[in-house]
Design a protein around this ligand. Sequence first.
Ligand SMILES: Cc1cc2nc3c(=O)[nH]c(=O)nc-3n(C[C@H](O)[C@H](O)[C@H](O)COP(=O)(O)OP(=O)(O)OC[C@H]3O[C@@H](n4cnc5c(N)ncnc54)[C@H](O)[C@@H]3O)c2cc1C
Length: 391
Amino acid sequence: MPQKPTAAIIGAGFTGCALAYDLTLRGFSVTVLERGEICSGTSGRTHGLLHSGGRYCVNDPEAGQECIQENIILRKIAKQCIEFNNGIFLALSDEELSFRNEFVKGAEKCGISVRWMGKDEIVKHIPAIHPGVLGGYEVPDGAFDPLRLALAFAASAKNRGAVFLPFHQVEKIHVNGSSRVNSLSITNRHTGQTSDLHADIFINATGAWAGTVAKMAGVNVPVIPAPGVMVAFEQRLSDIVLNRLYYPGDGDIIIPQRRMSVIGTTSFEVEDADYIPVYKEQVNSMIERAAEIIPALKNLKIRGSYMSARPLIKTGTDIRSLSRTFKCFDHEVDQGLGGFITISGGKATTCRIMAEKTADLTCSKFNMKVPCQTTKFELDSYRTYYQQKVL
Ligand SMILES: Cc1cc2nc3c(=O)[nH]c(=O)nc-3n(C[C@H](O)[C@H](O)[C@H](O)COP(=O)(O)OP(=O)(O)OC[C@H]3O[C@@H](n4cnc5c(N)ncnc54)[C@H](O)[C@@H]3O)c2cc1C
């Protein structure tokens, strides 16, 4: 039997875990290197909103379409991680009410089903809602458990032979004489030991750190770490995901996560994704804004304020206006460096299709014509990631 091609993935967030699963199904021998625990980057600190695409359908329709397409697939393959609670885009002012036509047009264009709900119906489902609510559109949003989603992909990869090396940090990327990456220097952060890892292909799936890691190989990736702050409250005040019927802004989402209400988020730019302060002013202004949706939030105990950085692909200047879509960089084509691919940008909701496109490109490098299979099967239980036995 010919040997399987070997692939080393750097980063075990949603993207790296979904990619490990896809590549093992396509016949690669996969090793995943992660400097922390699984999900210790951005993926462990998201709202956990399974986007319907409604948030992006007006001003970022490409991301809106990706979200609804993947929302439908994740509902099928990852139902163990999802609360199927839908969402409402609420009109709380005349300005928001007058956004109706644009929203419906955008949703139609992206293929997102919407249904108008009058005030009485909304109040019946969410007694804590602001009494001035004028109505809203129901959409197929949902809430997912971030750690379970990443672990379900990782378990499905591991059960098919992928090797995960958490707490292994990539320190250097070695390029040989023919401009091809051929090995990585890694440090085991438990023991401090260093070693080299060889593979046939290397994939940089380090999200907001993709630019830093790409630099180690001497290539440039235009990824901007764009952090956002979230606040978790000690109680759920709505079982349904709540958004505002308007362009995306700060403090305009409330998500039921386990027993909590999580509000989000802000968006700003930093140079170093490893140092992101949680600004008190941002927290306070988000609470003010979210209390316009549910006033009683102000009386709840805050469980925590936290942040993480979106990996946004630089295409413009204003952070809010940057697309939430993703990009797969073939460094052989763009900068003449073989054996090295970067995948970045996107959303948690779109991690499966990000992996599919990256695996398509990876296969093409080996003239392998193996179709993607990740839409076909339910993911293995997230619980099996930590179990010893191979299924
Ligand atoms: C505030 C906020 C809220 C969000 N909410 C949502 C939401 O509700 N729904 C949604 O769909 N999306 C959401 N997103 C987007 C989503 O969270 C991200 O797109 C996604 O988590 C990115 O995953 P990733 O795997 O690409 O990156 P990451 O999860 O950051 O994974 C990259 C990994 O690479 C590792 N790494 C970095 N450098 C090295 C190295 N040298 N060696 C080894 N490993 C390394 C890091 O430790 C990290 O674990 C949100 C984003 C933000 C910022």
